[in-house]
Design a protein around this ligand. Structure first.
Ligand SMILES: Cc1cc2nc3c(=O)[nH]c(=O)nc-3n(C[C@H](O)[C@H](O)[C@H](O)COP(=O)(O)OP(=O)(O)OC[C@H]3O[C@@H](n4cnc5c(N)ncnc54)[C@H](O)[C@@H]3O)c2cc1C
Length: 396
């Protein structure tokens, strides 16, 4: 039976980034990934346009996962508006002494960089395509059985296996779960005339709509609505889609054309207050999945990875219960605040109650009027929630 220091179940964006960092910290790491490399069904590496915030850009750079050749569009301005209600907000990075808030990166392109880094990393063994079938925790190691019957062992098993994490469930790690009854439809379009470096978020009673700058002047659209409405939207012709987008967003960008391929995602919230058990930790979506309304899911997962790498670096036993406890305690405030903030935003602007919608408008207006409030919002949105890891601050 082959022995490793750490086994990661799930080589999506978060698991693969964590594997690179743990291998660079000196551990022998195995990554079990169910989807074949660059397979079209690889769930983490698709056409999603990810807003990667400033802290995450620092983490990626510290892990060597942000090469100059990776296309990224800096976000220098965020305009938030509300259909049919008062309250709007315009945030400019220069007002916060920042060159940009973050950058938009296509998940597939980041995925290719991460996969190349995994391949080049001497301490990483990739088991792919392979699935983690079962595991048993023994006093000083975890024994893992793969789908083809192969047995491997490690001192620590990390579940980076996504929202429906088998590792989290089998380890009995408690979590709560909420189905928003909404889905996100993504595609990209060419705008008539959109200023560079601006991201838009428009709250509508049906759900939020985000337009994110992409290379070559296109915009990535994240369109959120009730599940039944998205079922219908997926079958619209391109002309119908453009007409509905123009109606929903308004005329300010001079109309839209050339819509790309559409994909849809059901939206769930997953919250795991204590993401560890004996010789087990869960990270990324396997621990906490959030509504994409404030573009935080991958950013939050990457901060899990950075914190775990820093907590475990230099230890003789990466599954040491004290280290796992320190990891869980240090991540709690950020995970809790990010899940709660995202959930509040997702519910407030789509709540049918007039009072809730009035409150949401008031919140936006207050952020616009009070610099201290928006400064706090911006710092959190950029991923600098305490305790900030060394990697997130820009260390290597
Ligand atoms: C429409 C949309 C837009 C978004 N936009 C943003 C954004 O702008 N910014 C942001 O920060 N976040 C965003 N997110 C969230 C972000 O995409 C996710 O949080 C992130 O991709 C999660 O990565 P992960 O690696 O934790 O999980 P996943 O991507 O789910 O990866 C899990 C991996 O585990 C593998 N796996 C599962 N079970 C097993 C098993 N038993 N054995 C082996 N392998 C297994 C799967 O094949 C998969 O590769 C968005 C999400 C959506 C839906």
């Amino acid at each position: 039976m082959k022995d490793f220091d750490v086994i990661l179940a799930g080589g999506g964006l978060v698991g693969a980034a964590a594997a690179v960092g743990l291998a660079r910290a000196g551990y022998q790491v195995a990554v079990i990934e169910a989807a074949a490399r660059r397979a079209n069904h690889q769930p983490s590496y698709d056409d999603r346009t990810l807003v990667v915030n400033a802290a995450s850009l620092n983490i990626l750079s510290g892990l060597g996962l942000l090469p100059a050749g990776l296309a990224r569009m800096p976000v220098r301005e965020i305009r938030i508006t509300r259909a049919g209600g008062f309250g709007s907000l315009c945030l400019k990075s220069e007002q916060y002494q920042r060159e940009f808030f973050g950058a938009v990166i296509v998940a597939r392109e980041l995925g290719n960089v991460v996969l190349d880094a995994l391949k080049a990393c001497p301490g990483v063994t990739e088991l792919c395509p392979a699935t983690l079938e079962t595991f048993t925790v023994e006093s000083d190691h975890v024994r893992v059985r793969l789908g083809d019957g192969t047995l491997i062992r490690s001192r620590l098993l990390i579940g980076s296996d996504g929202t429906h994490s088998m590792v989290r469930q089998s380890a009995g790690i408690e979590s709560d779960h909420h189905d928003y009854g909404q889905s996100a439809m993504i595609f990209n379009v060419r705008p008539g005339n959109a200023p560079a470096g601006v991201a838009w978020e428009r709250f509508t009673p049906r759900g939020p709509l985000a337009l994110l700058p992409q290379p070559e002047g296109r915009l990535g659209v994240v369109w959120i609505d009730r599940n039944e409405a998205i079922d219908e939207s997926m079958s619209w012709s391109d002309d119908q889609l453009i007409a509905r987008l123009e109606a929903r967003f308004g005329p300010s960008l001079g109309g839209f054309s050339q819509p790309g391929r559409r994909a849809r995602y059901p939206l769930l919230r997953q919250r795991t207050p204590r993401p560890v058990a004996e010789r087990i930790a869960v990270i990324g979506n396997a621990a906490n999945s959030v509504h994409p309304v404030s573009a935080q899911g991958f950013n939050l997962g990457l901060r899990d990875a950075a914190s775990l790498i820093e907590t475990l670096a230099g230890r003789s036993d990466p599954g040491d219960p004290e280290a796992l406890d320190a990891y869980a305690r240090s991540r709690y405030p950020d995970q809790e605040a990010t899940v709660r903030y995202t959930d509040t935003l997702a519910r407030a602007f789509t709540n049918p109650s007039l009072l809730a919608r009035f409150g949401a408008g008031l919140g936006l207006a207050a952020h616009a009027a009070l610099p201290g409030l928006s400064r706090r919002l911006v710092r959190s949105a950029m991923g600098f929630r305490d305790p900030v890891t060394r990697l997130a601050r820009g260390g290597s």
